[in-house]
Design a protein. Structure first.
Length: 375
């Protein structure tokens, strides 16, 4: 079996209602779906990058090769200059996922079986929502939204902060008071602060029993993160913008954060599998970041099925994935099988060959703003 063509579908869609966080306001959503075709008639899909200019200039790095060369292709596309350049840049992560999808379909096996040991067939999600909207009062609006997610069956919710320490304390208090102590609450400030400000804010947030604080600082403020780990008793999380090798060198080996949050968009399933093993060896939790289409969510379900628990304790912190519930016109429209929580609040891991989902080409085309074909 040989790869004959790569099609990169760049999607975008306007939102009905804008939402904001510490960096910006979103008026529209974007995503990239990578479709890989073979001479065996098997097609694979992934959500993420495709190798960019390097692949366009050197199509022979993929075209004509066996999909089973997935790991070689990942390394050749990711690391053009070895250690002399920024290691791990730019990952062909969506392409990588599509190759794993093809391999699974060719072998008649779900992707999780190819990645490692299956630890679970249902994965605990946490609900990502709780952005800023055009509410008259932010704290009241967020508290009401949190109650809606709780009523829909979510036991773990993440909210945005990063609006200045005083506002952050006010909104977290309002949400915690609304949902009560039994619902898990995490916060994400998208690199809003410096270490001094975050050290002060962390002490103020300690009473709210937060599951974690995500990206208090810029992703490369390694010294700052090391300071924060000693400054307050809230687990630190991060890593969503970084590539596999950067994460290993700067986050996993020094145990910079408590919870590593790589995104399949940047690490693919090949990088994800490496991170699974290294975080486990380094006693770190691994919770994949997820911001894309249902293809990405399903890819992360296969990955999360194979992530070992951080301890063997009966009450070990759960392995989970991020489940984005903000407005996205194409997120679920591009696949035939809806991805949603069951009555137990968990997401089922697909059991069919490959990723185990059906991408709908007409739906993809309806949201497509640009198509790149490599053959
Ligand atoms: Mg985040």
């Amino acid at each position: 079996m040989r790869i004959t063509e790569v099609r990169v579908h760049q999607l975008s869609a306007k939102l009905k209602e804008r939402f904001g966080w510490s960096l910006n306001w979103a008026q529209e959503r974007h995503a990239t779906l990578v479709e890989v075709l073979t001479d065996a008639g098997i097609t694979g899909w992934g959500d993420g990058d495709f190798g960019g200019d390097k692949l366009i200039a050197n199509p022979q790095l993929v075209i004509g090769r066996s999909p089973f060369a997935v790991e070689a292709i990942f390394d050749e596309l990711r690391s053009p200059g070895g250690k002399q350049q920024r290691v791990g840049s730019p990952a062909a992560a969506g392409l990588d996922v599509a190759l794993w999808d093809i391999i699974g379909k060719a072998l008649g096996e779900p992707v999780w079986r190819l990645l490692g040991k299956q630890y679970r067939d249902r994965v605990q999600p946490y609900c990502t929502a709780m952005y800023r909207k055009d509410w008259p009062d932010l704290a009241t609006g967020l508290a009401a939204e949190a109650m809606e997610w709780k009523a829909r069956g979510y036991s773990l919710i993440k909210m945005k902060i990063g609006y200045g320490p005083e506002v952050d304390v006010e909104v977290v208090r309002a949400v915690r008071n609304a949902i009560g102590p039994e619902t898990g609450l995490a916060v994400d400030s998208n690199c809003a602060y410096d270490a001094g400000t975050a050290a002060r804010l962390g002490k103020l947030l300690e009473p709210f029993a937060l599951l974690w604080w995500e990206e208090p600082l810029l992703a490369n403020d390694y010294t700052g993160y090391a300071r924060l780990r000693e400054a307050f008793a809230i687990p630190l999380a991060g890593g969503e913008t970084m590539f596999t090798d950067e994460l290993i060198q700067h986050y996993v080996q020094p145990r910079l954060v408590d919870i590593l949050q790589p995104d399949i968009e940047h690490v693919g399933l090949t990088g994800g599998r490496r991170l699974t093993y290294l975080t486990w060896l380094n006693h770190m939790r691994l919770i994949p970041h997820n911001w894309g289409t249902a293809v990405r969510t399903v890819s992360e379900l296969h990955w999360a099925a194979t992530i070992p628990p951080v301890s063997e304790g009966l009450y070990a912190p759960p392995v989970m994935i991020e489940f984005d519930r903000t407005e996205s016109p194409f997120r679920d429209a591009v696949v035939a099988e809806p991805v949603d929580i069951g009555r137990d609040g968990k997401l089922p891991v697909p059991d069919k060959p490959g990723l185990g989902i059906t991408v709908l080409p007409e739906a993809v085309e309806s949201f497509r703003k640009n198509l790149i074909v490599i053959c």
